[in-house]
Design a protein around this ligand. Structure first.
Ligand code: ACO
Length: 448
């Protein structure tokens, strides 16, 4: 099979959200800390009737319906998530309900978990399967679904929630350049979830920021080396049209892109102009630890990177800024923003993708885009995702209500024997929701 990649996409996120400027006021932090400091506009969250399973069910059924895919045509279903609802039973098995109803139980795949990286692992599994000798000719389906919630404090405004479903097969408008993939993985305690009684992570914010940038550097350098070895010519940022990053919050994305600009200066590639060399050259002698701590370098690089950031990154920031960190879905929601904003004009473009999961696992890979045909075309994907409508029909919730809900969810986490609220008026038709958890911890869902 040729040009294996993403044929179709759907995104679902809860219609409930909180505005970051309202949250700044409520938390009593300085004005602008979340909106400018973190670069975030809004944060999505699951109300008590939604969770990663219901969001996954909604995203998958909506994708199958809108692209008119017969559920029997799915041969592999992979889920990426770091939201633990059950330590054994995969989210994938919940999604099997959709396929059992059509008599299709012959579907490989389970869940992949490592912080925000699980969606990428799931995606690679599907792409690899289609490219392999065990492929049976059917589609792969990837679901990234997460609800990111943090304990009260500095990390809370970096939460978010959402699910992205992607259909995988050959002759895709979004094709993988599978030869050019580079990873960086190591053992670090930057963000982890050791307390099984709590949904909240233990997080070392500063360390996680440095680890992210360090992994980015490492992946980019390796990507360039692999490309140069295979293609026999130099690779630089000028060879890519767009850059899409895992987006815990927008400020880190701005810093990441600036870091790549600095990396090209340090690599002394031919495409770097004189003014960039002049402004950033002096920092190339810094030791790696120092270079992550240097505020002067960070500022100078962001300034040099700004025009290209606006062109090559900004179109992929819409949903992450509006929803917050969706963990495994975050990178793919950023990519969905790019399709939404640029659709057909992406024909012939190369898009760089950077996936980061704390702990840590990271990969940089690239996609080659073509307009495609019919249902599986960039313009149709943008139309189906209908992102403006989804963003514009959300309900803003006041912080008091949000905190009250967080307390309820803390109490319910890992619990049994409860029935959820009967008020589902805020959900769109077709949305799945949690109705109850019985005395044996079994979860039940219904479709509105
Ligand atoms: N106006 C404008 N900017 C402001 C203001 C203000 N009033 N106040 C603060 N800022 C800026 C700060 O200067 C800082 O910007 P900088 O990074 O360019 O210096 C930014 O806002 C954040 O302020 P900090 O004081 O650094 O924030 P704090 O330490 O309180 O929390 C953090 C930020 C660490 C990101 C926290 O939210 C967190 O731990 N989040 C979860 C971890 C995370 O997302 N890590 C990313 C990779 S791992 C992953 O994906 C989970």
């Amino acid at each position: 099979p040729q040009n294996v990649g993403i044929l179709a996409m759907e995104i679902y996120f809860p219609p409930t959200c909180i505005k970051q400027d309202t949250l700044e006021n409520f938390d009593g932090v300085s004005k602008g800390k979340y909106t400018i400091g973190l670069g975030q506009d809004c944060m999505a969250f699951c109300s008590e009737v939604e969770d990663v399973i219901s969001m996954g069910l909604t995203a998958v059924t909506s994708l199958l319906e809108k692209y008119e895919i017969d559920p029997k045509q799915i041969g592999r279903l992979e889920v990426g998530s770091e939201t633990v609802i059950d330590k054994s039973k995969s989210i994938k098995t919940f999604l099997m309900q959709i396929f059992e109803d059509c008599g299709n139980t012959d579907i490989e795949g389970v869940d992949s978990t490592n912080a925000c990286y699980g969606g990428t692992a799931a995606l690679f599994n599907c792409v690899n399967w289609v490219e392999s000798s065990s492929w049976d000719g059917r589609y792969g389906l990837v679901v990234s679904t997460d609800s990111a919630v943090y304990a009260e404090g500095a990390a809370r405004p970096t939460g978010g929630a959402g699910a992205v479903a992607m259909l995988i097969g050959p002759d895709a408008p979004i094709a993988f350049e599978s030869k050019f993939r580079a990873s960086h993985m190591e053992h670090v305690y930057d963000f982890y979830k050791p307390d099984l009684a709590s949904e909240y992570p233990v997080v070392d914010g500063k360390l996680s920021q440095t680890c992210y940038l360090m992994a980015l550097d490492s992946c980019y350098k390796r990507y360039c080396q692999k490309y140069e070895k295979i293609q026999g010519k130099e690779f630089s940022m000028a060879d890519a049209d767009y850059f899409v990053f895992h987006s815990p919050y927008n400020k880190l994305v701005q810093k990441s892109f600036a870091r790549l600009v600095f990396d090209d200066v340090a690599r002394n590639v031919s495409t770097v102009d004189e003014s960039a060399k002049e402004k950033l050259g002096q920092y190339t002698s810094l030791g790696s630890e120092e270079s992550y701590q240097s505020r002067d370098l960070e500022k100078a690089a962001q300034q040099v990177a700004k025009p290209d950031y606006d062109k090559k990154v900004q179109p992929a920031t819409l949903i992450p800024k509006q929803l917050g960190n969706m963990y495994t879905a975050s990178l793919y929601a950023a990519f969905a923003s790019l399709i939404h904003n640029k659709n057909s004009s992406l024909d012939g473009n190369r898009v760089m993708m950077f996936s980061y999961g704390s702990g840590l696992t990271a990969t940089m890979f690239s996609l080659h885009l073509t307009e495609g045909k019919g249902a599986f075309s960039l313009s149709n994907i943008a139309k189906v995702m209908n992102i403006d409508h989804k963003l514009n029909t959300r309900t803003e919730v006041v912080p008091e209500k949000f905190v009250e809900l967080m307390h309820l969810m803390e109490h319910r986490y890992g619990g049994k024997d409860f029935v959820t609220s009967t008020d589902i008026s805020h959900l769109a038709a077709g949305t799945y929701y949690l109705t109850n958890v019985d005395s044996k911890y079994r979860r039940f869902y219904a479709k509105k």
